[in-house]
Design a protein around this ligand. Structure first.
Ligand SMILES: C[S@@+](CC[C@H](N)C(=O)[O-])C[C@H]1O[C@@H](n2cnc3c(N)ncnc32)[C@H](O)[C@@H]1O
Length: 244
């Protein structure tokens, strides 16, 4: 990742970015996902399909950093009528998610415009917890620990926590190689953002961790069957199960 000395964005600045209409729009395409995310559609598919296989009789889903609702919508297409709990910092993202989700589920839809670090979650409630492209906003170890632990407590026995996110690599040479591959990918898709905009944005906004760090943390807070489901360049999907 580009090394810059500027400070990282505050939570308020991150919220303001995700209140922008052009940013909401970028996260509203269910068929492609956000195209700057390598294999966005594959990650959506793999996360929701594995969630369904792990908890085929799921009733309650938690979508952390729901954005415009892509992960919940995709899940509802194979597990209909779930009760959905949506958490996001951005009111505009939640509004868009509600517009898209409420017509397609007869389940209850609850929403909270809150920081995942601050929200109190019910205990043993959710069959599936999902976090798409959001946990890379967590900063120090304590925040990562607290959020993983809180999500574990909120999941019902037999349920799962599945994460899809930007990741980093432990080895600097590998990290550099992956960034070169990512630059090539961004050039190839020809999306609205240039590689240097994206690189600068990530350096200012995000604090991703390695897959290994997050798998260890999932195990440490109690999850079992911790595994990687998909990985391509700088993006991966992984998670674990809360055993009964
Ligand atoms: C990159 S978007 C991803 C949206 C959606 N999960 C998807 O994959 O399409 C990240 C979302 O997480 C929200 N977010 C960022 N930090 C958050 C936090 N600390 N707590 C709750 N939501 C957060 C943002 O407002 C934004 O809507």
């Amino acid at each position: 990742m580009k090394q810059i000395t500027k400070r990282k964005m505050t939570t308020g600045e991150i919220r303001d970015k995700f209140e922008r209409d052009d940013v909401v729009e970028r996260y509203t395409n269910l068929a492609t996902g956000q195209i700057a995310i390598v294999d966005a559609a594959v990650n959506l598919e793999v996360l929701t399909e594995t969630a369904k296989r792990i908890v085929p009789r799921a009733r309650n889903v938690l979508d952390i950093g729901c954005g415009a609702g892509n992960y919940t919508l995709k899940l509802l297409s194979s597990l209909p009528n779930l009760n959905c709990t949506l958490v996001d910092l951005s009111g505009k993202m939640i509004k868009k998610a509600l517009e898209r989700i409420t017509p397609v589920t007869s389940g209850k839809v609850l929403w909270y415009q809150k920081d995942i670090r601050e929200i109190e979650l019910p205990k043993n409630r959710f069959d599936i917890a999902m976090a798409g492209a959001v946990l890379h906003h967590l900063r120090g170890e304590e925040e990562w620990n607290d959020v993983f632990s809180k999500v574990y407590d909120s999941i019902a026995p037999g349920g799962c926590f599945l994460i899809s996110d930007l990741i980093t690599h432990a080895n600097q040479a590998v990290e550099e190689c992956m960034w070169e591959r990512y630059e090539e990918y961004i050039g190839r898709i020809g999306g609205p953002e240039t590689f240097s905009d994206i690189e600068e944005g990530i350096a200012r906004e995000d604090t991703p961790r390695t897959i290994a760090y997050q798998l260890d943390l999932l195990s440490k807070v109690g999850f079992k069957d911790v595994d990687v489901l998909h990985k391509n360049i700088l993006f991966a999907t992984f998670g674990g199960v809360k055993k009964g």
